[in-house]
Design a binder for this molecule. Structure first.
Ligand code: HEC
Length: 166
């Protein structure tokens, strides 16, 4: 249930929401970013932005393994793309508008836009099968591979700050 409402909140937010619901989404995503970690996962929202002890680099490391398991088959070991899936790393990856013939119907302006879309549609052969915490880590890995380095953990706040396309 929690996942459903989280997705719904993100989806609604993608359609353009006010500051209040932005805050809620940020809180949910922050909680998710720490979930599944030993003994913590309280999503305490204490404002120190430390993602419950997970650094961005921790997220990148864990995300690399998860990416290999769940995404590399279609998007390539290094995100370079395959015959099946488009590139998600490198010049020209994650363009503002979907590549010709693709099914995506949203624009990718920030990393949060990509996260919202991909959380519902990826992996392509089993959409929505990964929980939010895993998806956040995969995204940290993919952003890092694209040259993005954050000095805070990836969550809704920091993802919204990462502008991929103007
Ligand atoms: C079974 C193959 C398959 C798997 C596995 C898969 N994808 Fe995809 N992915 C696709 C296809 C096909 C598209 C193009 C979809 C479209 O736009 O209609 C796509 C598109 C994307 C895009 C948008 C690219 C763009 O420029 O529009 C992102 C981001 C993405 N996938 C992330 C992921 C992540 C993260 C995972 C792992 C959790 C994953 N995918 C696993 C097939 C796959």
């Amino acid at each position: 249930m929690r996942t459903c409402s989280f997705m719904l909140a993100l989806a609604l937010c993608a359609l353009g929401c006010g500051d209040d619901s932005d805050e809620e989404v940020a809180e949910d995503m922050r909680a998710a970013s720490g979930a599944g970690q030993a003994g913590d996962g309280d999503g305490d929202g204490d404002g120190d932005g430390d993602g419950d002890g997970l650094t961005f680099q921790d997220q990148v490391d864990a995300g690399g393994v998860l990416y290999g398991e769940h995404c590399a088959g279609c998007h390539g070991e290094a995100g370079e793309g395959t015959d099946i899936g488009p590139p998600v790393v490198g010049d020209g990856a994650l363009p503002l508008d979907a590549p010709e013939g693709a099914g995506r119907d949203v624009q990718f302006m920030t990393a949060l836009d990509v996260f919202v879309w991909a959380s519902e549609t990826m992996p392509g052969d089993d959409p929505g099968s990964l929980d939010d915490a895993d998806m956040i880590q995969i995204f940290a890995f993919a952003l890092f591979a694209n040259g993005v380095e954050l000095d805070v953990p990836l969550d809704a706040d920091s993802a919204a700050e990462v502008v991929l396309n103007e």
